[in-house]
Design a protein. Structure first.
Lengths: 234, 423
């Protein structure tokens, strides 16, 4: 009896020791992978930071209006934010790889899913950033064109264009991420449709007289008078 | 061979039939049926009268006019010339037409003339505007002779103008070109001008034909190329310049052709303009300036309103990245003033323009947006010009422009500092 207990105890001890002998090297490998991952992630952060500085990415981001958004949220400049993001994503990837070495049941699937999600995350960020850039460019172009053509409410025109492009790029970004695809698309459709209908109603009903005066001024009566007052700049 | 890409096969064939020439005249047309015929007739008469011994060709580059301009040009080219008993053509005067894309002020027309001149080995080229209603045969001689006989490389025109005409040239293009390049050339953006084959070949060979600026301001870039290079420049008085019935050029487009091209030229010509010191006069043939002061109806209030409204709309999203805080504050201050007391002073105007040029150089926002943002500010300066010179005589106008030119020259170091990033 005693012998049996001793045998079981020694087998259990051996099992624990065996498990420990298996686990410790894996744990050490995991730590090494995490450490190497940290070094690689830090190197990536440094390299990306330098590249973004060299390519004056912050200026591009400022043009896109992203810097202003980040400032309002008390966040660092875009290049710094992007570098940190890449650092954490890269290191988190290494941490997951390290953990997968431990061969914990069910974790490998999550790790694979995470790596499968990364390209979509980057694509969504890319779409969103260039959406902001396009929104800034086209809204400014519309503002300048409206001011120089003496159209009423240039800022409203500019804001509408900016908002539409941002909504459009956000909806594409969310679709890329696979988050609420239908909801975002429907929301975009509703917002866009409502905006157009609102503008049509506002211009057609509320601004009927204004529209008539504007068109008359542009197309009929004042054309000749305007010409008499025009100075040739060249 | 740069000309291979611009000249069509049919056009090339026609040019090869012409053979080598001494003088090439280019006329770019675009729905100019009312005036183009008379311009061609005047140019033909001028060539036959003043240069009967030279081999010459007139090239018409048309944008694809829908009003029958090419037919009129063709008819004018072959019509009988009766210029008096002393006019005899000793050589065949050729006229060739071709079609170019875009508007006549685009770079394609000038590019075509340059490529044709290079191919035909023309020693002298001249370009005439198709919408001039006052052109005389003598204009050909006044522009072409200094190049042909006196070896000048570029001859720009001088016109008799109304005191309120060409305010963009008087307030920006002339003073800034003069301050930067150190040459007192009155019309850096010329519509009627002549140049040597040497300058033409140099300009044709420059690696700029795919740039946006050359598409809108090729004439200005030709001038700045001559001023920035080792070329002899002169200006010749032509007479009064009157346009047809069409509207004056759109302001933004005019700013692109002049200020836009001038700003663009500063990048490539930095060694030339940064070293130019005090401005020097250029050889002038005929009167240096003639200004008419007849009363003219001008809507100053509209200019005031467009300036004030434009600045208030653009100040945050567009002007803030372009201008310094001090200049912005001063602009905000003057736009708050009532119409009778608003003045956009020369110093503030020059500071504004130099800050625009530096921002254009640094591309703080889209370069075309920077150029477009100048339009409302120009209106403010034009308003001030009109108010301060409402009763001015020709001499007063001349003194006023001279004072502005000196301000541009005195403040040039500040542009150099901004260029170097010191401000």
């Amino acid at each position: 009896m005693w012998q049996m207990i001793m045998n079981e105890l020694s087998q259990a001890t051996l099992g624990v020791i065996h498990n420990m002998a298996e686990f410790v090297p894996r744990f050490v490998v995991m730590l090494i992978i995490i450490l190497i991952g940290w070094v690689i992630a830090a190197a990536l952060r440094g390299a990306l930071r330098s590249i973004l500085r060299l390519t004056k990415f912050d200026k591009l981001s400022e043009d896109a209006g992203a810097t202003q958004l980040l400032k309002k949220a008390a966040l660092p400049p875009t290049s710094e934010l992007l570098s940190r993001f890449v650092f954490w994503i890269a290191w988190f990837g290494f941490v997951l790889v390290g953990i997968s070495v431990l061969q914990i049941v069910g974790l490998e699937e999550h790790v694979a899913r995470f790596f499968g999600f990364l390209p979509r995350l980057f694509a969504a960020m890319f779409v969103f950033f260039f959406g902001l850039l396009a929104a800034s460019f086209f809204s400014r172009a519309a503002l300048l064109a409206a001011v120089n053509a003496d159209l009423p409410s240039p800022r409203l025109i500019s804001t509408i264009i900016r908002t539409l492009i941002i909504i459009f790029s956000v909806s594409i970004g969310f679709e890329e991420l696979g988050l609420g695809e239908n909801t975002v698309l429907v929301a975009f459709g509703i917002v866009f449709g409502a905006l157009m209908l609102g503008l049509a109603l506002a211009f057609g009903l509320g601004g009927r007289d204004l529209a008539r005066q504007y068109l008359e001024r542009r197309l009929v009566h004042d054309k000749k008078e305007d010409k008499q007052d025009e100075l040739s700049p060249l | 061979m740069p000309e291979e890409s611009i000249l069509t096969d049919d056009f090339l064939r026609e040019l090869m039939n012409v053979g080598e020439v001494d003088i090439l005249i280019g006329i770019a047309t675009c729905n100019d049926a009312k005036t183009a015929g008379d311009v061609i007739l005047a140019v033909r008469a001028g060539l036959l009268k003043c240069f009967p011994r030279q081999r010459a060709v007139i090239i018409n580059a048309d944008c694809g006019s829908q009003d029958g301009t090419p037919d009129l040009v063709r008819a004018a080219s072959i019509s009988d010339m009766r210029q008096g008993p002393n006019v005899h053509a000793l050589r065949t005067l050729h006229c060739v037409s071709t079609q170019v894309p875009g508007d006549p002020h685009g770079g394609a027309a000038l590019h075509t003339f340059l490529a044709a001149a290079d191919l035909l080995r023309a020693s002298t080229c001249a370009v005439f505007a198709p919408d001039s209603t006052a052109i005389e045969p003598e204009w050909v001689e006044r522009l072409v002779r200094p190049v042909l006989r006196d070896n000048f490389d570029l001859v720009t025109p001088l016109y008799r103008r109304h005191k309120f005409d060409a305010l963009l040239v008087r307030n920006l293009l002339y003073p800034m070109t003069r301050a930067l390049y150190g040459r007192r050339l009155r019309e850096p953006y010329a519509l009627d001008f002549a140049f040597s084959g040497k300058l033409g070949s140099y300009f044709l060979g420059r690696d700029l034909w795919t740039e946006d600026s050359v598409q809108t301001g090729a004439e200005t870039l030709l001038t700045t190329s001559a001023l920035g290079g080792d070329f002899r420049v002169a200006q010749s008085f032509l007479g009064e310049r009157t346009r047809g019935e069409g509207s004056p050029p759109d302001l933004v487009s005019a700013i692109r052709r002049t200020a836009g091209a001038l700003f663009w030229s500063l990048d490539g010509n930095y060694p030339a303009w940064s070293n130019a010191k005090e401005s020097q006069p250029v050889t002038t043939i005929g009167a240096e300036h003639e200004i008419s002061v007849e009363p003219m109806r001008v809507d100053r209030t509209r200019l005031y309103e467009l300036f004030v409204r434009g600045v208030s709309e653009l100040i945050e999203p567009v002007l803030k990245p372009i201008l310094s805080p001090a200049t912005l504050a001063e602009l905000q201050r003057i736009t708050a003033l009532p119409e009778e007391s608003l003045r956009y002073s020369g110093e503030l105007w020059v500071q504004t323009i130099y800050e625009f040029a530096a921002s254009y150089h640094k591309s703080v926002i889209s370069r075309d947006h920077i150029i477009q943002a100048l339009a409302p500010l120009y209106r403010g300066r034009a308003f001030t010009f009109l108010v301060e010179n409402s009763d001015a005589t020709a001499d007063d106008i001349e003194n006023y422009v001279e004072a502005l030119c000196l301000t541009f020259e005195h403040m040039k170091p500040s542009l150099l500092q901004m260029w170097a990033g010191e401000k």
